[in-house]
Ligand binder design. Structure first.
Ligand SMILES: Cc1cc2nc3c(=O)[nH]c(=O)nc-3n(C[C@H](O)[C@H](O)[C@H](O)COP(=O)(O)O)c2cc1C
Length: 224
């Protein structure tokens, strides 16, 4: 493992709080109905009920998904919540044809991006390791910064979706769009790049596609 990679893996010293957490009984699994809401019954939505989502709800959502873990606590995800007619009009020409109607009809479309300059915040976000930022600075570290930003920003996008479901919102993730066009429209002059879009709101059950199969444990997993 390189010195830079080791820095990303460093952890703060164990504190009294973490010792207490380690010695308390393991939490029980969540109720089966909650697991249904988060996973088994949750669906990708293609149409939306005419019920708005407030900015207060989006702030509540952020207060939940921001706690999901990221390498070196780097938190590279950056999100633009598009919810005004003007914002939707800017997004529309960037979308694949099959994603236009569902996106125009959604109360909110989250443009989920990742900041390849995320490491500039590491001195504040990972303060016990003052050198953490160094492993991402400079031309030669660009691939490493991009990989870390994409990996951890994608994880944060997944946290956003699970948090949205936990708060009673439905999701409709999409990668069918022109990334360069979205970057020009929403992230110009920044070090942020678009990753995926996610419509948010209250799904119209009449617009659902059929549930598709999932791979089995044997197909996906190995125990060694
Ligand atoms: C990152 C990502 C990108 C996706 N892109 C699109 C898309 O561009 N258009 C679309 O209609 N559905 C898109 N989907 C929806 C998937 O096809 C859908 O989530 C999958 O088939 C599972 O559906 P289910 O959640 O209803 O079981 C995308 C999903 C994800 C997670």
């Amino acid at each position: 493992m390189s010195a830079a990679a080791r820095r990303e893996d460093e952890h703060p010293p164990t504190t009294i709080a973490t010792v207490a957490a380690m010695t308390s009984p393991a939490p029980a699994p969540l109720a089966s109905a909650v697991l249904d809401t988060l996973f088994r019954h949750a669906r990708t939505q293609n149409g939306w009920l005419p019920r708005p989502v407030s900015e207060a709800s989006l702030r509540e959502l952020y207060d939940l998904w921001r706690w999901g873990p990221t390498a070196a606590n780097g938190q590279p995800a950056r999100v633009v919540f598009v919810m005004t007619p003007e914002g939707k009009a800017r997004l529309r020409p960037c979308l694949s044809p099959g994603n236009v109607d569902k996106t125009m009809g959604a109360p909110v479309t989250a443009v989920i991006g990742y900041d390849v300059g995320f490491h500039e915040h590491l001195p504040r976000l990972f303060p016990h390791s003052p050198s953490a930022r160094d492993g991402f600075v400079g031309e030669h570290n660009i691939p490493r910064a991009e990989a870390s930003a994409f990996r951890n920003g994608t994880l944060q996008g997944a946290y956003l979706m699970i948090a949205a479901r936990a708060l009673g919102l439905d999701c409709g993730p999409m990668s069918g769009f022109d990334h360069a066009a979205v970057d020009r429209e929403f992230f110009a002059g920044t070090s942020i790049r678009s990753n995926f879009l996610c419509n948010l709101g209250y799904g119209d059950p009449t617009k659902l596609f059929g549930r598709l199969p999932r791979l089995s444990f044997e197909e996906c997993c190995r125990v060694v």
